[in-house]
Design a binder for this molecule. Sequence first.
Ligand code: NDP
Length: 280
Amino acid sequence: MSDLYCVFGNPVSHSKSPSIHTAFAAQCRQDLRYEALLAPIDAFAASVRAFVAAGGRGANVTVPFKEEAFRLATRLTVRAELAVAVNSLRFDGAEILGDNTDGAGLLKDLTKNLEFAIAGQRVLLLGAGGAARGVVASLLEERPAVLVIANRNTVRAQELAQRFAAIATAARPRGCGYLELAGQSFDLVINATSASLAGALPPLPVAPSVFAPASLAYDMMYGKGETPFLAFARAQGAERLADGVGMLVEQAAEAFHFWRGVCPDTAPVIAALRTLAPAG
Ligand code: NDP
């Protein structure tokens, strides 16, 4: 019988994880079945236990359960502990091992697929929610010259920056509100807010632009053509634009490796997703 994996979310029917992992399994000749499972908002833990009892070997976790997955895990990887959020679970007897592959996925997309070297660059991260938390450690590992975290709720941004200050090997991260960005410019601006989901734009200053002339604007959101953030970045002079499809596939590949010990080739899977939902 094939090994069983799934993604838990609510909602979850839109998830691209089943097609990504099915493609990885075919490519790596791994005998597994992967499905999307809708967990009731108040019954995530019970849904996980039922899945394990049915023979489940591992799971991805998406909105809104990443923090609950963090609490449910009996053991955590270092990166999950730093993120205080889990997006991948592995079931090993009575043990539930929790990992967070978002940061590694973003880094692979930026450095390998987009060939953007973060070292020495000025980086602006927008948002202080689960996605932002998952990527701060990975960004810091690359030793940017500056890492500023801006959020609508300024206190959340400051707390996030403070939490990671101790592990910063180069510049210490700084948290602020959007108004404090006035007059600053950055080489890499990452939108980790959920604003694009609602067709909205984070309240970035218009003049002068936060996008330095040769900058890369990166929106973690994907799949609906050009997002409001990327359209704004283009108008504001960003030289390069990227959506989150690459990160989605790269974080899935990290999870696949966490479960199966093999690294799939992500390029054909990213290309196939782009054919289905071309970026704008
Ligand atoms: P959360 O709900 O945890 O956090 C939402 C964040 O967005 C908060 O910082 C919130 O600010 C901010 N925000 C929401 N609306 C606005 C707005 N109109 N203007 C400015 N800021 C806003 O969500 P996640 O962090 O889990 O997800 C964020 C995004 O990242 C989603 O679009 C998700 O799809 C994407 N994502 C993509 C991945 C990929 O692989 N490509 C992986 C993970 C996430 P405040 O605190 O002030 O409310």
